[in-house]
Design a protein around this ligand. Structure first.
Ligand SMILES: *[C@@H]1O[C@H](CO)[C@@H](O)[C@H](O)[C@H]1NC(C)=O
Ligand SMILES: *[C@@H]1O[C@H](CO)[C@@H](O)[C@H](O)[C@H]1NC(C)=O
Ligand SMILES: *[C@@H]1O[C@H](CO)[C@@H](O)[C@H](O)[C@H]1NC(C)=O
Ligand SMILES: *[C@@H]1O[C@H](CO)[C@@H](O)[C@H](O)[C@H]1NC(C)=O
Ligand SMILES: *[C@@H]1O[C@H](CO)[C@@H](O)[C@H](O)[C@H]1NC(C)=O
Ligand SMILES: *[C@@H]1O[C@H](CO)[C@@H](O)[C@H](O)[C@H]1NC(C)=O
Ligand SMILES: *[C@@H]1O[C@H](CO)[C@@H](O)[C@H](O)[C@H]1NC(C)=O
Ligand SMILES: *[C@@H]1O[C@H](CO)[C@@H](O)[C@H](O)[C@H]1NC(C)=O
Length: 894
């Protein structure tokens, strides 16, 4: 071609050439290239056409390899490593400078070993196994990006849709395994993971594929990543359809094998129907004239374009090598001559001597090919990657719905998902055969929060936390089958760290209960948003502020009785004394005042008035005795309140508690222990585990000096509120600290944690949560939280003085009766004497009995009201009136 030039020019060129550029004359007429790949494959069919086209295009190109013809020897590697190796030796026998191929990554592994041994470049256009880039294979090059590249595109797609766990289905060979391993690495960067791997044998029969897919169905994730070589039959989708896995909740993502398959075959409506909703990647190759020419052959695909570029790349490499004057020589390889395989006649194979040089030139190639820029990165032997289109199959065909660029651009539009919907599948489900296994703490105290009903027949788990969990579940847009399992021995509080550990270890999927969100725990599991806020508080025995402390020793009832008895005593003494004692006489107002003052002044034995009648004195003796006992008890109690209980009030919060050396109680099993020891640095010996409300009360009552007693309890607010509602005499001091919340714990990266958080946030806005709180926590005390209604544990009750009171009342009543009887006797006598001295009242005798009785009663009352001397003057005049006067004077003197 280059020889058809003007003669004069030719002569000039010849002279110059012979003198200076001898090299050019030594250009060989023919340079052979080998190609080894599977002819009968989706890629192979197209690649063959592309390779042949490329060779003829290179030979036709006037600027490249002018005097040299490129010849291509192709050999079918079939689809296995044996055939591949033989085919390679077959083409090596043709004195080739480099080999193109293979397609299969497994064959590529073997051939690159041979290439390494015999030192010839092996350039593949379709073996995408990422591990082939390893330093182990220095003579292996490829013109197509490796799978790691498309995996990062896939992961971006996964991330975009918010899926966290995927199931990978792949061919169990180098391509599949290493591709999935690259996927794993990419997922790992985003903390996503492959939760299940389904390796399929290349030649697996339908049943084993069905079984493998069916097994994966019972797992949670519904995002399937398909990675294998092109499969013209698209068998996997047929099987998935049979298993009803091409439905709404499933996601099928395919690497570029799917686009290659679809592009290379005639797909009808039937195929599209079967593949509806599948999303895949397709290498983005800009349209060009050459491409359209090639595409006239219907089986073209991206890898065929890479094959086309490969030939050009090698041509550029050879051109550069020839330009540098490298001679194309071949020789028998010693390695092959000494090989044991004489029967294979490998010794005849001649190997290109300057393979290393060619490799070096190839790595420096930089040109724009059909499929984009062909240039090897500075870092290694992998070609700079390409961009990907995101394709989506619906009933009408294959559509491009998005784009992923290696430079970081990503966009995706409306996607039709399996089942024909456009709503993004959630990507995971909880199978009803595999319900969510939830562990709940089997509380023994504060069972309002959560516990297992100790009902022998039915294991029923209930509590505040359970109700909130169930309410939150109702807000989720999907159904979550679950089953509860309780944890704990039923005698002591369960170990909450253990519960979290078990969720982290995968024994359970989640934990529901009064679980505080603390950093050590959120390292192990994912928490939902807190549904209740808590904080640690310090509880100490209550010390009343001085204002009402004097009322405290007695119960209200007892105070009332004491007050009433003062009044009664006043009345009784007045009645008994009224007749004989001048002090108790006078105008009614004065009498009432005297009466009240008298009774109250008995308290201090400072009564102005003395009792005269024996009956009154008797009553007074017992009353004073009762009073003495009451006062003594009161004094003792007041002093105990003021002395013993004043002591712990030095604790005003966690800081003073920390500074002290007093023993502290905590709820066993909770994080409080770790917090107090690790974070606050308190000595373990100071901490006393407590299990129930009763133990709380007992330990606090015992006080810091007794064995098992504590000066204060540190626990979370909700428990303490419940404790204070049930027991009085204790109080919270200081501010709550370590403000945290209670949340539900889920296995790491569980998608449920996020949805549950949304639901909980929603729930807290509604009245439902308040209703639940009220239902569980307000059974006893909400609303009427008054310390005075409940008897103080160390108060005196009426019962304590009942006997004494009864005795006193008996004496008083009998004294009163004696008095009344005596009065009646005196009255009768007085009436008789009066009737004798006065004219009988006829009107009185003639009136009706009731009136007469009334008159009699009035007379009696009048008689009783009168002073004794007045009634006595007639029948008992020797009674000395001086006594009264004397007494009166006496009292005035005092
Ligand atoms: C090329 O391959 C090397 C080694 O295998 C790898 O570290 C590097 O990330 C790859 N570069 C690209 C652009 O794929
Ligand atoms: C799939 O597995 C389930 C049990 O997990 C079984 O009942 C069903 O028959 C299996 N389906 C097929 C097609 O094997
Ligand atoms: C496509 O390529 C195949 C294989 O080389 C060939 O048999 C077929 O005729 C070609 N078809 C067209 C339309 O060029
Ligand atoms: C490769 O070629 C392009 C233009 O074709 C050029 O812009 C680029 O800098 C070249 N790269 C290297 C590494 O030479
Ligand atoms: C996606 O769908 C919405 C509504 O169905 C439509 O408004 C929008 O144009 C669509 N976007 C694309 C890129 O097709
Ligand atoms: C046990 O369960 C039954 C039915 O759920 C209930 O009626 C009964 O009160 C429960 N007993 C106890 C001790 O909780
Ligand atoms: C609770 O469980 C954790 C983790 O299993 C363990 O380290 C800790 O010692 C346990 N605590 C008690 C008090 O048993
Ligand atoms: C909260 O619930 C209401 C009604 O139940 C619903 O309309 C709303 O979308 C929910 N919000 C969130 C953030 O889930």
């Amino acid at each position: 071609m280059g020889l058809r030039i003007d003669k004069s020019v030719a002569i000039t060129v010849l002279i110059v050439a012979t003198l200076m550029v001898q090299v050019r004359c030594q250009r060989p007429k023919v340079i052979n290239l080998g190609a080894v790949f599977t002819f009968d494959s989706v890629i192979g069919r197209a690649a063959k056409v592309a390779l042949e086209a490329a060779v003829s295009d290179v030979n036709a190109d006037t600027s490249l390899l002018q005097e040299t013809e490129l010849r291509l020897f192709v050999e079918d590697s079939s689809c296995n490593v044996f055939h591949g190796s033989f085919a390679a030796f077959e083409v090596l026998g043709k004195e080739v400078v480099a080999i193109i191929g293979p397609i299969s990554s497994s064959i590529a592994h073997t051939l690159s070993d041979i290439a390494k041994g015999l030192k010839f470049p092996l350039v593949s256009f379709a073996a995408t196994d990422p591990t082939l880039s390893a330093l182990q294979f220095p003579f292996f090059l490829r013109t197509t990006p490796d799978d790691a590249h498309q995996m990062s595109a896939l992961v971006e797609l996964i991330d975009f849709h918010g899926w966290k766990e995927v199931i990978s289905v792949y061919s169990d060979d180098e391509l599949g395994r290493n591709g999935v391993s690259a996927l794993d690495d990419e997922l790992d960067k985003k903390r996503f993971r492959i939760s299940y791997k389904v390796p399929l044998s290349l030649h697996a029969d339908e049943n084993s594929v069905t079984d493998a897919l069916n097994r994966s169905k019972s797992l949670g994730p519904r995002v399937y990543i398909l990675h294998f070589g092109p499969d013209p039959l698209l068998r996997i989708f047929t099987i998935a359809q049979k298993l009803k896995m091409m439905t709404r909740e499933y996601v099928w993502l395919a690497t570029d094998w799917l686009s290659v398959t679809l592009d290379s075959s005639l797909s009808g409506e039937d195929t599209f129907k079967r593949l509806e909703g599948v999303v895949g990647l397709r290498q983005y190759i800009p349209e060009s004239i050459k491409m359209r020419q090639l595409k006239r052959n219907r089986s073209m695909n991206a890898y065929a374009f890479h094959a086309y570029d490969t030939v050009w790349m090698i041509a550029y490499g050879i051109e550069k090598m020839l330009n540098e004057g490298v001679k194309i020589t071949f020789s028998h390889s010693k390695k092959l001559t000494h090989a044991q395989g004489h029967k294979l006649h490998l010794e005849k194979v001649k190997i290109f001597n300057r393979g290393e040089v060619l490799l070096e030139k190839l790595l420096k190639v930089n040109f724009t090919g059909l499929a984009g820029q062909v240039r090897f990165g500075s870092s290694g032997r992998n070609v700079t990657g390409c961009d990907y289109e995101i394709i989506n199959v619906d009933r009408t065909g294959v559509h491009t719905v998005g784009f992923w660029s290696k430079n970081g651009g990503f966009s995706v539009g409306n996607i039709t998902w399996p089942g024909g919907g456009s709503e993004k599948p959630r990507g995971w489900v909880i199978d009803s055969e595999n319900p969510l296994k939830i562990v709940v703490p089997k509380r023994v105290s504060f069972v309002e929060f959560v516990t297992e009903d100790r009902n022998t027949s039915t294991h029923h788990i209930k509590g505040l936390c359970i109700d909130i969990f169930i309410e939150a579940l109702k807000l989720l847009p999907y159904n979550v089958p679950y089953k509860f399992e309780s944890f704990g021995d039923g005698h002591s509080s369960p170990n909450y760290s253990k519960i979290i550990q078990m969720v982290s270890d995968g024994v359970y999927d989640a934990a529901v209960g009064d679980i505080t969100i603390v950093p050590t725990r959120s390292k192990l599991v994912d928490f939902s948003q807190p549904y209740a806020s808590t904080g640690l508080v310090v509880v100490i025995p209550n010390v009343y502020d001085g204002t009402w402390i004097f009322l405290r020793p007695f119960t209200t009832q007892l105070w009332c009785v004491v007050l009433a008895s003062f009044l009664c005593i006043g009345v009784v003494i007045w009645i008994l004394e009224h007749r004989v004692n001048e002090d108790f006489r006078g105008p009614p107002r004065r009498q009432i005042i005297t009466m009240i003052f008298f009774s109250f002044s008995t308290l201090f034995k400072r009564n102005h008035e003395d009792t005269i009648s024996n009956l009154a004195r008797l009553v007074m003796i017992f009353w004073l005795f009762l009073l003495m006992v009451l006062i003594a008890s009161y004094k003792a109690e007041v002093s105990s309140i003021l002395t013993v209980q004043q002591l712990p009030s030095a604790i005003t919060g966690i800081d003073s508690l920390r500074a002290s050396e007093l023993p502290i109680g905590y709820q066993s099993g909770t994080f409080t222990f770790e917090y107090l020891t690790y974070s606050l640095g308190m000595a373990r010996s100071r901490l006393v585990p407590l299990d129930s409300i009763e133990e709380y009360e007992r330990a606090l009552k015992l006080g810091p000096n007794a064995l098992g007693g504590v000066a204060a309890i540190v626990d979370e607010l909700p428990y303490i509120e419940l404790f204070l509602a049930e027991r009085t005499g204790f109080k919270i001091v200081g501010e709550p600290f370590m403000n945290r919340g209670w949340g539900f714990a889920f296995k790491r990266d569980s998608p449920l944690a996020i949805d549950m958080s949304t639901a909980i946030l929603n729930l807290t806005e509604t009245r439902k949560q308040k209703r639940i709180l009220k239902k569980w926590l307000c059974k006893k005390s909400c609303g009427e939280k008054s310390d005075w209604n409940q008897p103080e544990p160390n108060q005196f009750h009426l019962k304590s003085f009942e006997g004494l009171y009864l005795f006193c009342v008996a004496i008083t009543v009998s004294a009163f009766l004696v008095f009344v009887l005596r009065m009646i006797r005196q009255f009768v006598r007085y009436r008789r004497s009066e009737r004798i001295s006065l004219t009988p009242r006829a009107s009185l005798s003639s009136s009706p009995t009731t009136t007469r009785l009334w008159g009699f009663m009035l007379g009696f009352v009048e008689f009783v009201d009168e002073k004794e001397e007045a009634t006595r003057s007639d029948d008992d005049s020797n009674n000395n009136p001086s006594q009264v006067v004397e007494l009166q004077g006496d009292s005035e003197v005092r």
